[in-house]
Design a protein around this ligand. Sequence first.
Ligand code: PLP
Ligand code: COI
Length: 364
Amino acid sequence: MTSTQFVSRLERNHAAKTPEQRDAILSDPGFGNHFTDHMFLAEWTPDTGWSDARVVPYGPLSIDPATAVLHYGQEIFEGLKAYVHEDGSIWLFRPDANAARMQRSARRLALPELPVDWFLGSIRELVSADRDWVPAGEEKSLYLRPFMFASEVFLGVRPSQHVTYSVIASPAGAYFAGGVRAVSIWLSSEYSRAGAGGTGAAKCGGNYAASLLPQQEATANGCAQVAFLDSTEHKWVEELGGMNLYFVRSDGTIVTPELSGSILEGITRDSIMTIARDLGHTVIERRVSIDEWREGTADGSITEVFACGTAAVVTPIGSLEWDGGEAVSGDGEAGKVTTDIRSALVDIQYGRVTDRHGWMSKVV
Ligand code: PLP
Ligand code: COI
C-alpha cells in the first residue's frame, strides 16, 4: 500500500497556555518537563497506508489495556531540535537524517516506514502551530519527539496491524541538571545495552528500558550516565545509554567507536566527524577497548573524552568510574578540543555561522 500525499489538518487548542504561563516555562524549561499546546497524530493500517494526519490539542491518548505496545514494546522514536535564530526564524538541524533513521528503526521493529515527506511535514506542521514555544537563548531549543507504536488491540505476537505515529514537543534547556560542565560516567560491568543481532542500532523504547537498571546503579554512584561495552567480549566500548562517545588523543586524532551493529548511529556523531575535520583534526572510526580508555587517560595519550547527542549536544566527560577505580580525562574539566567542537556545532545550529554543509532547514 503506497501512502497518500501528506495533507494535515489543524484543530487549535482553545485551552492553550497564556503568554504569561508560556514565558514562565520558557525561562527555565529543564529537559522533558513541559509540553506545547499541540501534538501531531497519524494512523496506519495495511489497507489505508498512512492517513489522518492532524495537529490537535496536546492531551492524553486513550489506550485499550490490550493495545499491543503495552505488552510487546513494538515502539520506536526520534529526537531532534528546533532553534530560533537571531532574526526570529525557526530552523531544524538535519531533519532528513532523523527521517531516514526512523525508517531504519521501523524496519528492525517490523513497523511501517513513515515516508520522508510525512516525517518532515509532521515536524513542520507542529512547529508552525507551536512556533511561540521555541525558546530563544543560549542552550535553549524546542526538543521534538516523533514516535510510532503498535496501537492494535490484540494480544497475539505478530506485527501490529494498526500503528499510530505522533510528534510531541518540549521546550528544553541543558539535558544535565548541572548545565554544560564535565560529567562522571559509570562503567557497567554486569549489563549490556544491546547485543549482536539485537535492536541496539534502532531507536526503540526497549533499548532504553534495558538501560534503566544500570542507570540506577550509575546514579547511586554519583554518575550521570552509563558506559556500555559490547555484549560478547565485554571489551569494546560502545556508547552511553543515550549518547555516542568520542576520544581526543594527544597525537591530535579524534576517535569514535565504529558502528558495530549494536551502536545507535547518532546524527551528532556523524556531524562531528565533519566538524572536527573542518577544524583540522583527523577523525578515525575504529574499535576502542576499555583498556585503551583506562590506560590512555592514565598515560596521557587520551587527553579528552566527550559524549554527544541531540539532547546532550557535546558534553565533556570528566571521569569514568567503576567499582574500585576511576579514569580521569585530562584535568577532569572540559578540554579545548571538546569546547571548540561544541562551539562549532552550536554556532551552526543557532545560525551564528554560515551553514557550509547545508544542514539547517528553515521551518518558519
Ligand atoms: N546513542 C543513543 C543510545 C541515543 O539515544 C542517542 C540520542 O538520540 C544518541 C546515541 C545520539 O544520537 P543523535 O546524535 O542522533 O541524537
Ligand atoms: C536524544 O538525544 O534525542 C535522545 O534520544 C537521548 C535521550 C533523551 C533518550
